[in-house]
Unconditional design. Structure first.
Length: 480
C-alpha cells in the first residue's frame, strides 16, 4: 500500500538533481562553516515552502513577530559575513527570490508600478536609496543599516500584494492575527496574575503587563473580529476573544494605543455619509464600553492592577506634568533644532541622535526620538517623511473609498476595520518608535498591502453580498 501511494506521487522535474546538489553542498559546508550549512538548510526548506504557498511564509513570520515580541524574535539575528540578518530580512529576501523564480517559471512578467499608491511607494524607495548613498558619504556603513529599517522593508508591501491575492490566504492571515491576539492576551493575564510587569514603571508609577506593541496586536485582532466576524454573527468564541483583547489592551496601559484606537473609530465614523450610520454604531458601542469601564474602575481601584489602570486613565488630565510627555517634548525640540541645518534632505541615514539629558547631566547617545515621522525626517528630511505620509494617505483613502462603495455588505465592514487599524497605527507612530521597530515594520507594510487587496477584491466582486465562491476567489487588482 505504501509503495503504491509513493508511486502516485509526481515529483517536479529536476527535484532529485536539486536535492543531490543541496545535499553535497550541505556536506561540504558543514565541514567548512556549520553556520552556512544551517543557513542553506533553512533556505532550502523556506524556498520549498515559498514555492508551494508564498502566503504561508508571511503568516508564519507575522505570527512569530506578534507572539514573540517580548522574547525578542524580531531581533534574533543570523550573522553572515559580518552582516546580521533579521527575520524581516530573511522574509523579504525569501519572498523576493520566490516571486522572481515563480514569475520566470510561469512565464509572466512582474507587474509594473501603476496608480498613485504604487508610484508613491517606489518614489519612497528610490529616495531612500539616494539617501543611503548620501548617508554613506557622511556616516559610513551605518547608513546602510538605517536604510534597511526605514526603507528596505517597504518591499514587503509589493511582495505581499503579489503573494496574497487569493482570499483564502488573507483569511489565513486574519486568523493568524486573531490567534496571536489570544496568546498575547493570555500572556498579559499571566503577567498580571503572577505580578510580572513588562519593563519598568510608567511615568505615573504604575506597572504594565503588556508592551505597547502587544497592545497594538490586540487592537488589530479586535478590529478583525469586529470587521470580519461580528457583522454576520457573534459566536461565543469570538466574544471571549474580544473580552480577552480588551482586558489585554487595558493591562498594557499604553495610552498611545488607547488614543490611536479612538482616532481610528472617529475616522471611520466621519469618513463619509455612507459610513456615518456604521460609524455612529461603532462610536455608540465604544462610548458605552468606555462608560462602563470608567464607572467600574473607581469602585475596583483598591485592587492593585485595576488601581494602576485607573491611575493611567486619569493621567490624561495631567499631561502637562507627566514626566514622559515632558521628556518627549524636550527630545523632539532638540531634534528639530538639529534638523534646521538640513530640513529638506535631513541629516543623513545612519546619523546617531544625541542630546543632552538635563536630569542626568550627561549626553545621551542611546535614546530614540519616540516619533517615527520625526525620526524619518531627522534622517531624510521633509522629502522622505512627505513621501511616506503620501503613501499612507493614499492607502487610507483607497480603503475608505472602497468601504463607502460597499458599506452595505460584509466587505465594507472588513474595510472599515482595516481603516481603523491603519489610523491607530499611524497615531501611535507619532509618539512611539514604530518606524524603528522590526515588529511594527512588518505588520505596518503588510497591513497596507492587505487593505489595498481587500479594496481591490471588493471592487472586483458583485456589489451585492458576495457568495461563498466569490469569497474564495482571487481578487484581481483593478486599481491602486
Amino acid at each position: 500500500m505504501v509503495s503504491t501511494d509513493l508511486q502516485r506521487i509526481q515529483l517536479p522535474r529536476g527535484l532529485w538533481a536539486v536535492a543531490a546538489l543541496s545535499t553535497a553542498a550541505i556536506g561540504v559546508l558543514s565541514i567548512w562553516n556549520p553556520l552556512a550549512a544551517a543557513l542553506l538548510v533553512a533556505g532550502v526548506l523556506l524556498g520549498a515552502m515559498a514555492l508551494h504557498d508564498l502566503s504561508a511564509l508571511v503568516s508564519a513570520t507575522l505570527l512569530l513577530h506578534l507572539v514573540g515580541e517580548r522574547q525578542g524574535f524580531s531581533y534574533a539575528s543570523l550573522s553572515l559575513v559580518g552582516v546580521n540578518l533579521f527575520p524581516n530580512d530573511l522574509l523579504t529576501l525569501a519572498l523576493l527570490i520566490a516571486v522572481l523564480v515563480r514569475s520566470l517559471r510561469d512565464g509572466r512578467s512582474i507587474e509594473r508600478p501603476r496608480g498613485a499608491i504604487h508610484w508613491s511607494l517606489w518614489a519612497f524607495l528610490a529616495y531612500g536609496a539616494l539617501s543611503m548613498l548620501r548617508g554613506i558619504t557622511i556616516h559610513g556603513w551605518a547608513a546602510v543599516l538605517s536604510f534597511r529599517v526605514q526603507f528596505f522593508y517597504a518591499l514587503l508591501f509589493v511582495l505581499v500584494l503579489d503573494v496574497m491575492r487569493a482570499e483564502r490566504s488573507r483569511v489565513r492571515l486574519a486568523a493568524t492575527v486573531v490567534a496571536a491576539g489570544v496568546v498575547v492576551a493570555l500572556q498579559g493575564l499571566w503577567n498580571a496574575a503572577t505580578g510580572t510587569p513588562v519593563g519598568g514603571t510608567t511615568s505615573t508609577d504604575t506597572l504594565r503587563y503588556l508592551s505597547g506593541l502587544q497592545a497594538l496586536t490586540l487592537f488589530f485582532a479586535l478590529a478583525i473580529l469586529a470587521g470580519g466576524v461580528w457583522p454576520r454573527r457573534r459566536p461565543v468564541w469570538s466574544l471571549v476573544c474580544g473580552a480577552l483583547y480588551l482586558i489585554g489592551i487595558l493591562l498594557s496601559q499604553a495610552r498611545s494605543v488607547w488614543l490611536g484606537a479612538i482616532f481610528g473609530l472617529l475616522t471611520v465614523a466621519v469618513a463619509g455619509s455612507d459610513l456615518r450610520r456604521h460609524g455612529a454604531r461603532l462610536i455608540t458601542g465604544a462610548g458605552v464600553l468606555v462608560g462602563v469601564i470608567l464607572l467600574a474602575l473607581p469602585r475596583l481601584s483598591s485592587l492593585p492592577v485595576v488601581g494602576d489602570i485607573y491611575t493611567r486613565l486619569t493621567s490624561f488630565s495631567d499631561l502637562d506634568q507627566d514626566a514622559t510627555s515632558i521628556w518627549r517634548l524636550v527630545v523632539w525640540g532638540s531634534a528639530l533644532l538639529e534638523l534646521k541645518a538640513s530640513p529638506v534632505l535631513g541629516l543623513g541615514l545612519g546619523k546617531p541622535f544625541v542630546y543632552f539629558d538635563a536630569v542626568r547631566g550627561e549626553w545621551d547617545k542611546e535614546s530614540q526620538l519616540h516619533n517615527s515621522y520625526l525620526e524619518l525626517a531627522y534622517f531624510t528630511g521633509a522629502i522622505g517623511v512627505g513621501l511616506l505620509i503620501l503613501f499612507q494617505v493614499l492607502v487610507l483613502r483607497r480603503t475608505l473609498d472602497a468601504a463607502r462603495r460597499h458599506a452595505a455588505n460584509s466587505r465594507g465592514a472588513r474595510l472599515r476595520a482595516l481603516a481603523a487599524a491603519q489610523v491607530c497605527l499611524y497615531a501611535v507612530a507619532f509618539t512611539n518608535v514604530i518606524g524603528a521597530s522590526m515588529t511594527s515594520a512588518t505588520f505596518g507594510w503588510i497591513l497596507a498591502a492587505l487593505s489595498v487587496l481587500e479594496a481591490n477584491a471588493a471592487d472586483a466582486s458583485d456589489p451585492a453580498e458576495p457568495s461563498r465562491q466569490e469569497q474564495l476567489s482571487t481578487g484581481q487588482p483593478k486599481h491602486d
